[in-house]
Write a new protein. Structure first.
Length: 180
């Protein structure tokens, strides 16, 4: 048996209730961008395609009985994630919704969740040291790819949000294409 643990994943097909897709879709709709508390909670972000490549590496080269932590080496404060998304949207989707001057103007601090952890992190040094795996994406490159995917797939997002999406496959994506 092989075990893996990972940090927060992000990327295409991430459902809209999670921070990154929620912020992207709310911003495009001119809705508030909710940030819990002061936004200083820290998360390590792992681009989903890097996660897939790491899993393949563990399955093919890992030692049976071992556990591998998979991290993105991308610790970010939530408020910085939201600001980064806003900056990318200014570049990639410069046509603002009616009444919006800048996407960052939509940032809204909301009451923090009870028991909300201040930091989630993972030590991924073992997988790097023993298997030679490191993520290919920086937070910035992965976020840009993610944001562009959402801009290109707004119909899928609409269907997920309105409940009409029922798990149908989209396109001809082959997992081997993602990890090549």
């Amino acid at each position: 048996m092989l075990l893996t643990n990972c940090s927060n994943n992000y990327g295409p097909f991430h459902f809209p209730e999670k921070l990154i897709p929620l912020v992207i879709l709310n911003a495009l709709a001119g809705k508030p961008l909710p940030v819990y508390g002061d936004g200083l909670q820290v998360r390590d972000w792992l681009f989903v395609e890097d996660h897939a490549r790491a899993l393949l590496k563990v399955v093919t080269d890992g030692v049976v009985g071992e556990t591998y932590n998979i991290g993105g080496h991308n610790e970010q404060k939530n408020i910085e994630v939201v600001r980064c998304i806003c900056a990318l949207l200014e570049e990639l989707a410069p046509q603002h919704p009616a009444g919006v001057q800048k996407y960052a103007d939509l940032i809204t601090f909301v009451k923090d969740r009870p028991g909300h952890d201040l930091r989630y992190a993972i030590d991924a040094s073992k997988i790097e040291r023993e298997l030679g795996w490191v993520p290919q994406e920086t937070f910035e490159t992965g976020l840009r790819k993610t944001l562009q995917w959402y801009l290109d797939n707004l119909e899928w997002c609409r269907r997920v949000q309105d409940g009409s999406y029922q798990g149908q496959r989209l396109g001809n994506t082959d997992m081997r294409d993602l990890i090549a």
